[in-house]
Ligand binder design. Structure first.
Ligand code: GCV
Length: 732
């Protein structure tokens, strides 16, 4: 033993020296913060500070990891790459533990060493993992174990995350398992390479060169997703091109599935309900027609021959002009169940969207989904999930939670969040969405009394559902930094982490991301996290404070247009939502108005309906109140509105100052991008404030409260602005 230990120590000493030199070289750059372009996301694996690297190196001397499966191979490769980058040198691959500080990776089935530890892995289920400091063959070691290869891969990312966030990796005893089963990105990517509501360039899917050409970007996409536990991707837009179901495209899909499979990511497709007509040449898509059912069964069989682990279908039906079962006087359940029957023999699922508002023209738009779906509770097949947007309208800066959560106990409801910032300043505004997601998940539906949170509906614990899911509309494009800005990466990140565990805190995740993205310098971490945490409220303030909604520009949703009353539908226009008149502002959704409050459980409905109880942030969502209405603050509603609009702009100014204070601590390229985008954000926040105040003032004729600057331009100026070729929107 002693003889063997000696050369190992010498080798370690030599390696330390080399590592030290490497750190020195890296450090030379660190002084003036080396440029980065954001491409590496949060998986940068840049060298840790010397003290931390020194401490960790002794716990990463050897790597005992199998390569029998593709997932095992990528797990091993990720650990070598990550540890190598962070610690200056990678652990030595080994078949057995022969010295202190080995990392042993595997399942009881894949690794005799793991099996020999007789770990209790039972409660980890599928995809769960544990990381534990153990003693193996007399040597202190770290084991990363799970019941399946994917769990172990997640564990490997978990260990790397600890290091990246500046935490020690000794004396570990961590157990993690996902609380939500399907953690899915929804790409609104079109087959022509454009992305609906995409602000980070063209689609990353190069359909033209698929299935042959598989650039490394696809693998990096899979790595990034796996690192945060995302296990599914819907490749194409819910406004689906039926061509995706042609054999040629399915072969392309199969090629992508092959890249993602080792990372535990299944592919799903958005399908157009009328595909049996467009692709199959049938005369109908009636879900109760046996020919149609046969066609879908045949299509499912074809897909599974190509992609044995295909996830299933996402469907937008009878919504915004998309075809659906109602075209044949059938219900959403008839449609969903027909597709579910085709997928069931293969283990696939249907994610049927609840985003509908077409049935009853004249009825308050936000009430319509509930009206259509609530009566169908309990009517969906076992492999159907109803995919519900977080709020009842459409991804606004702030909405109350969607009343379908808590109203359909016999249905598997999955959450749909938007990661791309369609209504939140596109790619350029810095708006961290963690607080928005957390607010929605923590909302109490009161379905079974206090504590019946949306998170518990989504993770299935409230009503005892096993099949659960969370989807996020992706913000990913072909831009070098994937998301159109460094800070947008945090929104992809926080979505994944909350899908893994909806009870995690948005602040803790922001901190994690910041450390992984910008390093562990406390002088950077705290201000950046504070800035991120305040950013969503700032956007609410300069866009739609106090429960206002949908004041954005027509169609493209860029910038303010609160005056817009143009067609083709009243419920696409800002005036429909804010209802401002000489007397007051807001949408009366109490019993004296549309009575949307009645869609919530009584305690929630009572709170929202009561002017005394309703939180300020939802006031104008549920109530039409006079401009002179006295707020809790003592100010009139008008004064309060102006105060919020102004506050939003000031908050962005403060974000700019915070960022300016970090110059020199952040590499130049990322620093300059963020600084430029914050300048754009401040300009646009001011525009939002001024345009909205000018417009509302033109309605109420009231003076601004003392000390508040008038809008920079007359209302006519803001109304004259028009924008062509706005990204993410192509209805020209
Ligand atoms: C994919 C909103 C967006 C649309 C989107 C739709 C949906 O209306 O503006 O671009 O379409 O939501 O979620 O289906």
């Amino acid at each position: 033993m002693a003889l063997r230990a000696e050369p190992a120590r010498r080798a370690t000493g030599l390696r330390r020296l080399l590592a030290g030199l490497l750190m020195l070289v890296a450090g030379l750059g660190a002084g003036h913060a080396r440029a980065e372009d954001g491409h590496d996301l949060w998986l940068r694996y840049r060298p840790l500070p010397a003290a931390q690297a020194d401490a960790a190196r002794g716990h990463a001397t050897q790597l005992v990891a199998g390569t029998a499966s593709a997932t095992q191979a990528v797990t091993r490769a990720e650990l070598l790459r990550g540890l190598g980058g962070l610690l200056g040198h990678a652990p030595v691959p080994a078949d057995a533990v022969s010295r202190d500080g080995a990392i042993v990776v595997g399942t009881p089935a894949s690794s005799p060493l793991v099996a020999g530890l007789h770990l209790d892995l039972h409660d980890l289920g599928r995809e769960g993992y544990l990381i534990r400091s153990v003693v193996l063959d007399g040597h202190p070691a770290t084991v990363i174990a799970g019941n399946d290869d994917i769990g172990v891969l997640y564990g490997a990312f978990g260990l790397l995350r600890r290091l990246q966030t500046g935490q020690p990796i000794d004396r570990l005893d961590l157990r993690e398992r996902p609380r939500v089963q399907l953690r899915v990105l929804d790409h609104w990517d079109n087959l022509d390479g454009s992305v609906e509501r995409g602000y980070a360039g063209a689609s990353i899917w190069d359909w033209w060169r698929l299935p042959d050409y598989l650039p490394p970007r696809y693998t990096d996409y899979a790595r990034a997703n796996a690192s945060i536990g995302i296990n599914g991707t819907v490749l194409n837009n819910v406004n689906a091109d039926p061509l995706i179901l042609s054999h040629a495209y399915l072969e392309k899909v199969a090629a992508l599935a092959g890249v993602f499979r080792p990372y535990g990511i299944r592919v799903y497709l958005s399908v157009r309900f009328s595909a049996p007509i467009e692709v199959g040449g049938l005369k109908t898509a009636d879900p109760l027609d046996p020919q149609v059912q046969r066609w879908w069964r045949g299509k499912a069989d074809e897909i599974y021959r190509l992609i044995p682990d295909f996830g299933g279908f996402l469907v937008k039906a009878n919504s915004e002009g998309q075809p659906g079962p109602q075209d044949y006087h059938r219900s959403h359940a008839d449609g969903a169940n027909m597709l579910a029957a085709a997928l069931a023999p293969h283990g696939g699922v249907v994610m049927w969207r609840a985003f509908v508002y077409a049935n009853k023209p004249g009825e308050d738009r936000i009430k319509q989904a509930y009206g259509e779906f609530k009566p169908l509770d309990g009517k969906f097949a076992a492999n159907v999930l109803l995919q519900v947007k977080n709020g009842p309208l459409d991804f606004q800066p702030r909405e109350p939670f969607n009343p379908l959560f808590g109203a359909m106990p016999k249905t598997q409801l999955m959450m749909e969040f938007q990661i791309t910032k369609e209504y939140l300043g596109f790619a350029t505004h810095l708006v961290y969405l963690g607080p928005l997601y957390q607010e929605a998940l923590a909302a109490d539906t009161m379905e079974h009394g206090k504590g019946s949170t949306v998170a518990k509906v989504v993770d299935g614990t409230l009503d005892g559902h096993a099949l659960t899911g969370m989807a996020g509309v992706a913000n990913i494009g072909a831009d070098r930094d994937w998301c159109g800005s460094v800070f947008n990466q945090a929104n992809w990140y926080v979505f994944g982490r909350l899908a893994w565990d909806p009870t995690l805190s948005a602040r803790a995740i922001a901190e994690e991301w910041t450390r992984m993205t910008f390093g562990n310098d406390e002088a950077v971490v705290r201000p950046v996290v504070d800035m991120m945490m305040g950013s969503r409220e700032a956007a609410v303030d300069y866009m739609t404070p106090l429960g206002l909604a949908h004041l954005m520009g027509h169609g493209h949703h860029y910038g303010p247009e609160p005056w817009d009353a143009s067609g083709p539908r009243a419920d696409w226009t800002p005036v429909y939502f804010h209802r401002a008149d000489k007397g007051g502002i807001g949408f009366d959704r109490t019993a004296s108005g549309s009575d949307a409050v009645a869609q919530y459980a009584p305690p929630v409905a009572n709170e929202f309906a009561s002017l005394r109880q309703i939180p300020d942030e939802y006031l104008l969502w549920f109530h039409h109140v006079p401009w002179s209405y006295r707020m809790r603050s003592g100010r009139t509603l008008w004064d309060e509105l102006v105060r919020h609009y102004t506050q939003g702009v000031e908050d962005v100014a403060r974000m700019r100052e915070t960022w300016a204070g970090l110059k020199g601590h952040i590499d130049d390229e990322r620093y300059r991008q963020v600084a430029t985008f914050l300048a754009i954000q401040q300009r646009e926040a001011q525009w939002w404030r001024d345009a909205c105040i000018a417009y509302f003032q033109s309605i109420n004729g009231l003076p601004l409260p003392a000390g508040y600057a008038p809008p920079a331009h007359p209302l006519k100026y803001y109304q004259s602005l028009s924008f062509k070729y706005v990204p993410g929107y192509s209805a020209w």
